[in-house]
Design a protein around this ligand. Structure first.
Ligand code: ATP
Ligand code: MG
Length: 326
């Protein structure tokens, strides 16, 4: 039996940017390793400002993007196993996505229940339409909707929040082991975000499903998470149990983030990150955060920081804890 529900090992994804001749490449995800133990079900938030590699990481877990190197295992099985055509269904049963914009998840020309039936029937969750109806009814109820409210209606007849609940119901139909939700509340009215995030907590217990919750929204991330992964320019700069990270934020960047938490709903501002700064930071030697770090010393600009483990499972990528007084 595998020890980990999700195991990400030295995962890297390189993208070419710019033209053929003067083009460069960036490591959108750079040597990321994360393990989620299997003894319980978890919600892991992936936080970090725009362009830090969160979506690239999420897309690799969903097999929508191939890694440049490194491996991902789910329940001990490498994702490459599911590349074979015969194993695809098995993958979709195990891992399901929820995307940012529920209005683009569903075609405006199809009733939303079409998607629910297609998932149930195509992935062999139900043998007949009647059996599918019963299953869909139960799952809609679990996400706070009733079958009669949903069936026969088109996406534009729902609010963003309702539609996102239907996306969640669709993802749950296969009773997956893992749901990857990339910015699932970003398009939803701020006042309703917490309801959706609370729903993740309820569903984690009810369906024994693990969540990877990718978000800009720090307040919901810190509220909902069992584990937090903080990314910065492709690097996983801090990872650990949420409680430990909150009580002892150790990377200077996490410290900075936590300072902004009391303002509920706070987000990073895309404007402050100019594209050339982003590229410069991506290609910086040494620690990618050094240029913005109040503690940075020479070593930080010259060498890549090592991974240091503080407590069980709490890892940071910083020189601060390996003998350098910074
Ligand atoms: N297909 C691609 N081709 C080239 N570069 C890409 C591609 N996809 C992402 N990138 C670059 O990789 C970096 C990480 O992007 P990614 O979308 O993973 O960040 P993110 O953390 O999800 O950002 P956001 O919070 O804005 O969604 C960025 O610099 C982005 O421009
Ligand atoms: Mg993204």
């Amino acid at each position: 039996m595998a020890d980990y529900m999700l195991e990400i090992k030295n995962l890297t994804r390189r993208f070419k940017i710019g033209g053929m001749i003067l083009g460069k490449s960036i490591l959108a995800v750079d040597d990321v390793s994360i393990s989620l133990p299997k003894d319980k079900t978890w919600i892991m938030s992936v936080v970090g400002e725009s362009g830090s590699g969160k979506t690239t990481l999420a897309r690799m877990i969903l097999k929508l993007l191939e890694p440049s190197s490194g491996k991902i295992f789910i329940d001990g099985i490498p994702l490459s196993y599911y590349s074979k055509k015969d194993h695809r269904k098995e993958f979709y049963k195990k891992v399901q996505p929820i995307f940012q914009n529920p209005f683009s998840t569903f075609s405006m020309r199809k009733t939303v229940d079409t998607y629910l039936y297609e998932t149930a029937l195509n992935l062999d969750i139900a043998r007949t339409r009647d059996e599918a109806t019963e299953h869909i009814r139960d799952i809609l109820h679990s996400v706070g909707l009733e079958f009669e409210q949903v069936t026969g209606k088109y996406p534009n007849q729902f609010s963003g929040g309702e539609l996102q609940r239907i996306s969640i119901a669709r993802a749950l139909i296969t009773k997956p082991a893992l749901i990857i939700a990339d910015e699932p509340v970003a398009m939803i009215d701020a006042s309703l975000r917490m309801n959706i995030v609370n729903l993740f907590k309820k569903l984690r217990n009810e369906f024994n499903v693990n969540f990877v919750y990718v978000t800009h929204d720090l307040s919901t991330a810190y509220y909902v998470s069992d584990f937090i992964a903080t990314m910065y320019r492709g690097n996983l700069i801090e990872f650990g149990p949420a409680k430990e990270l909150l009580s002892r934020p150790s990377h200077p960047y996490t410290e900075l983030l936590l300072d902004s938490i009391p303002k509920v709903g706070v987000k990073w501002d895309r404007e402050i990150i100019l594209p050339d700064i982003e590229t410069k930071e991506y290609s910086a030697k040494g620690c990618k955060f050094a240029a913005r770090c109040q503690y940075a010393k020479d070593v930080c600009h010259k060498n890549s920081p090592p991974v240091t483990t503080l407590e069980e499972g709490h890892k940071i990528l910083c020189f601060k804890y390996c003998g350098y007084k910074i």
